[in-house]
Structures are given as structure tokens and as C-alpha cells.
Design a binder for this molecule. Sequence first.
Ligand code: ARG
Length: 464
Amino acid sequence: KETKLWGGRFEESVTDIVEKFTESISFDKQLYKHDIMGSKAHASMLAQQGLIGLSERDSILKGLDEIERSIEAGEFVWRTDREDVHMNIEAALTDMVGEPAKKLHTARSRNDQVSTDFRLWCRDAVNKIVASIRNLQVALVKLALKNEGLIIPGYTHLQRAQPVLLQHLLLAFVEQLDRDAGRLLDCKARLNFSPLGACALAGTGLPIDRFMTSNALGFTAPMRNSIDAVSDRDFVLEFLSANSIIAVHLSRIGEEWVLWASEEFGFITPSDSVSTGSSIMPQKKNPDPMELVRGKSARVIGDLVTLLTLCKGLPLAYNRDLQEDKEPAFDSVKIVIGMLEVSAEFAQNITFNDERIQKALPAGYLDATTLADYLVKKASYCGIPFRTSHDIVGRSVALCVSKNCQLQDLSLEDMRSLSPVFDNDVYEFLGVENAVKKFSSYGSTGLACVADQLGYWVSKLEIN
Ligand code: ARG
């Protein structure tokens, strides 16, 4: 057995069971790129500060390049007995270049090293997720552009509420996703500080330059407090919180589209290319991708909860428990990117069923609120309060229910029997098309308002 890098004070080697239980190489090898980046910056700093020689630095840098190449070529042998990504790379470097490699860990601990690597990894992951969010936003805006003027029932409590433009509804998702991207970018700005040089927890008496390594790695500044630098994982918590909110948003899109694809709604038809079948029922065509978007959100939330539970009650500073921070983060990022990608794919492969939607629109008195507004506006001279108008329209709806008709089918006489304020122009307010035209408040579903929103996103997302 090879002596561990930390083996000096040990007389026995660890048992196989302990070795297997404590290793992290099986998953933290994902950090290799960032580990190598960090080591290169550290080696250059050590040389600048006269802690290692220039030729030693050069053999370290050359060796690290070679290791990166061999990892990417799939030639590198990851060894469980070398525990984690940091020691695998350091030991391989020592095998390769000898003595100079033994100087690389000067004024460094795996505690600041792992926090550095993980922050760099999270920074890259944030960028990838934000790119996937933008891609989904573009798909949703394009779907909106394809369906200009289409009115659909808007729901509250999953009951018919008011008519809305489909474009308006799709842009609601686009807004939510924009805040999701914003949360990730906020998180990135807060995590982008360098722990490197915090060493085990207390810093070092060697003349290192933490500002140099921070700069070289694209961090904003070195972290002020070495104990904080190695012990906290709030940056991952924040990242996974942002991911959880994304997952919750996507689960809601998933639910909506699953519902819309049902025979009962029939608002959308997903193409065959984004649907799957049943192993027993030959007729089935299921919207599985969006069901799984809904389902996988559970895992993303679970990853956050794992990490919160992991960090709860840990004493300062580094504890080995923290090694458990990586798998939930890797999982969360992989799942969220998959969810975003498949949602965009789905958006590009659904068609709205105009006919079914037209058939659905008349039911549910979607124009009732517009009618209540009509009375308020109409009556401003004689002062009908909204509450009274609400009551009059409520009774108009009751009349329709008893006559089994829509509001626009009521005669003026019928309506006048409920309020003398009703006039012939009332018919310009009834029916979903008329009702939609009456919306004019900022952010409303009115045609011009939605056109403004759409214009905003087309230019912001640079869609042509
Ligand atoms: N593999 C460890 C982790 O992921 C690296 C740090 C280990 N430090 C230590 N002193 N055992 O957290």
C-alpha cells in the first residue's frame, strides 16, 4: 500500500471499509478542472513570493497541464486509496514531476482548496443554468409569437375566471424565469470570493499573496476571515435554494401543460417527438417529459434539504461532514439543466388547438368581471359602487344559469330588470373577445399591453 500524503504520524493503514466509506474521488473528480486551475494560480503565487523557484513552478504548471490532458483523454487513473480529487492530482503530479510537486501544498490545506474548487465549480454551473433559462425564455416567447391574438380561459382556483391572451400567460412564465436567473446571478456575485490561502482555518505565517490568487482565479477579492472561508457552505445553500425555486416554477409549467394536453382540456397537442406511449394501452400518448419536470422538482428540493440538514449545527471550522455537500449540488445542477432543456424542447413542439379553445371559451362567464366594470364606469354619474355592481352582475349570472345561456344572450330588458343602468352598449363588453379588448391597465391582458410586454422580451432576449 502507498503511504498516504498525510501518513507521517500513522503506524497502521486504514482498513478497506474505512477507505471505501471516506473516499470522495468517485464523485469529486468532477472538480478536476477547477482543482487544477486553483493549483496553477497557487503555484504561480508561491513562485512570485519566492516560496518556490521559477523552474519548480514551471514543472508544476507543465505537470498539471499534462494531468488535465490525460484526464480529458480518459487516460488518468483515479485511485480510491488517494481519497479525493485534490490528493489524486497532487500525488499524480508528484509521480510525474517529483520534488517540485511536493512544494505545491505549501500554505494550503484541502480545506481552503475544496472551498475554492467548489466555488469555481458553482460559478460555472450558474452560468450554464442561466444560459438554459435564457434558452427556455426564448422558446416561450417564440411560442407566444406564433399564437398572436389567441384568447384562452384564465383560471383561479382552477375555475374559469377571466379571458386572457395566451401570450400574456406565456409571458408570465418568462417573467418568473427572469427572476430565477436574477437569483442565480445574485448568488454568483456573493459566492465569488476567494478562500484560497485560508489554509486549514487560521491562515499562515508564510508570506503568501491571497490577492494575487484571488485575481488570477477571477474572484472579486480574498475572503476576509480564514475561519469563515473554510467552514461555511452558505454559497451552496443559496445556489440550491435558487435551483429549488426554478424547479418549483418549472413544476408548475409542467402541471399546466400536462393538464392542457389532457382530453378534458385539449388546449395543446404535443408532437409525437415529445410524447411517450403505454406498454399496455395502445391508444396512449402521454406528456411524460413534463410530468417528469414536475416530478424531478422533488429531487432538487430534496438536494437543498440535504444540504441544509448537513450544515445545521456544525461547529466551526471545517468538518468532514462537508464532503457530503457535493453530490446534492452536482445532482441539483444536472437535474435543473435537464428540466430547463426539456421544457424548452416541449415548448417548441406543442401546437395550440384553436378549435378546442374556441369551444371552451363561452362557458364560465369569463366576461362577468368586465360587465361589473361596465356598470361602475357607466354609473360614475349616478355612483354605483363596485360592490353593488358585483351583486347586479352576480344576479345576471344567476339568471343566465336558470336560462342556461351566456351573459351576451340576455336581452336588454332582462338586464334592465336587474339595473336600469344597463344600456344598449353593454353588448360591446360581452363575449370574451370584447372583454379582452376592454383591459387597459399596465401589465394587463389588453392587446396593447401584451404587445408591449412581448416587444420588451423580443428585444431583451434579442429574438428576431
Ligand atoms: N474531500 C474533502 C471534502 O470534500 C476535502 C477536504 C478534506 N479535508 C480534511 N482535512 N480531511 O470536503
